[in-house]
Each structure stands twice: as structure tokens, then as C-alpha cells.
Design a protein around this ligand. Structure first.
Ligand code: HEM
Ligand code: ISQ
Length: 154
């Protein structure tokens, strides 16, 4: 089934509301990952090497925002072209960074669940099954693109 204009709108609109609270969203997102898979959160070097509290960590905020932004961009591409293409250099950099950190395929399900829970909590009035599926599909295509390159360079 093609990704519809309505699905794109659900993602784009909820993201435009959420990004006003970027710092909260980023922290909640990370805490969700930590809650689901405490061991996975130890892979984040910017936390191991840091003395500042979690909510003041600039990398946590910027990297978490990238995940949301890239998933949102994926929704736009899915509607326009039916597939997700990430810039080659970006994709290689991402795949390399994740491989180096010890990320495996199963972790992508953890991050997906954390992402969806974070959105649900951030926009409770907008949240519904259609929104969940639209974000989920956009994330799955993005994750598949990253995982594919991770396998190629392993
Ligand atoms: C780093 C995005 C999935 C764990 C990053 C960075 C971005 C990003 C933009 C920063 C890369 C850089 O250093 O320039 C994404 C996206 C994902 C995804 C878009 C899925 C679609 C995951 C998963 C895990 C994970 C499944 C596993 C729990 C990490 C870790 C780092 C990282 C450990 C390195 C942080 C550090 O130590 O500097 N991610 N990520 N990511 N991500 Fe992800
Ligand atoms: C990097 N990759 C995936 C998820 C993340 C969540 C918070 C901060 C950085 C991240």
C-alpha cells in the first residue's frame, strides 16, 4: 500500500509541534531507550565521556533530533517516491558510527518502540493508530537503509 498524503501530514504535523520542545523530546527519547534496554544505552560514548547531566548533553539533543528529522524526511520521500533514499555520504557515516558503537539489528526495534512512545507522550491529543503506523513505516524504511549499508561494510 503506498504511503499517502494523509500519512505524510500526520508525521510532518506532529513533528512540527514536537520540535518546539526539542530538549524534552530528546531526553524522553533517550530515557525510553534506557528503560527498554539499559545495556544498549551504554553504547553511547557521549554519555560515558561526559560529566554534564543528561538533559544538558548537547550531543544527546542533536543526535536525538536527527533521528526524528530523518524519520520525518523519510515520510516525505515515501509519499513522493515510494522509497527512502539517504544521501550516500550521510548513510555511510551513520552506518559506520553505529557499527563502531556495537549496534545490531535488534536494537533498531528498541529505538523504534522508544520513538513511538516518545511521540505518543509528546502529542497525546494528536496520537492515534494512523499516526503510529505512519511514523513506524517511515522509521522502518530509514532503519532498513542504514542496516543495509551496515551489512555491506561489515
Ligand atoms: C549515533 C541516528 C538507530 C545508537 C547516531 C547519530 C545519528 C544517529 C545522527 C550521530 C552520528 C554521528 O556521530 O555523526 C540514528 C538513526 C537511527 C539510529 C536515524 C535509526 C533509524 C540507532 C540504534 C541504536 C543507536 C538502533 C542502538 C541503540 C547510537 C549510538 C551512537 C549513535 C550508540 C553513537 C553515539 C556516540 O557514541 O557518539 N545515531 N540512529 N542508533 N546512535 Fe543512532
Ligand atoms: C542516536 N541514535 C539513536 C537514538 C538516539 C537517541 C538519543 C540520542 C542519540 C541517538
Amino acid at each position: 500500500i503506498p504511503f499517502s498524503e494523509e500519512q505524510e501530514a500526520l508525521v510532518v504535523q506532529s513533528w512540527s509541534v514536537m520540535k518546539k520542545d526539542a530538549a524534552d523530546i530528546a531526553l524522553n527519547f533517550f530515557l525510553r531507550i534506557f528503560e527498554i534496554a539499559p545495556s544498549a544505552s551504554q553504547m553511547f560514548s557521549f554519555l560515558r565521556d561526559s560529566d554534564v547531566p543528561l538533559d544538558k548533553n548537547p550531543k544527546l539533543k542533536s543526535h536525538a533530533m536527527s533521528v526524528f528529522t530523518m524519520a520525518c524526511e523519510s515520510a516525505v520521500q515515501l509519499r513522493k517516491t515510494g522509497k527512502v533514499t539517504v544521501r550516500d555520504t550521510t548513510l555511510k557515516k551513520l552506518a559506520t558510527a553505529h557499527l563502531k558503537s556495537g549496534v545490531i539489528d535488534e536494537h533498531f526495534e528498541v529505538v523504534k518502540f522508544a520513538l513511538l512512545e516518545t511521540i505518543k507522550e509528546a502529542v497525546p491529543g494528536m496520537w492515534n493508530l494512523e499516526m503510529k503506523n505512519a511514523w513506524g513505516e517511515a522509521y522502518d524504511h530509514l532503519a532498513a537503509a542504514i542496516k543495509e549499508v551496515m551489512k555491506l561494510i561489515t
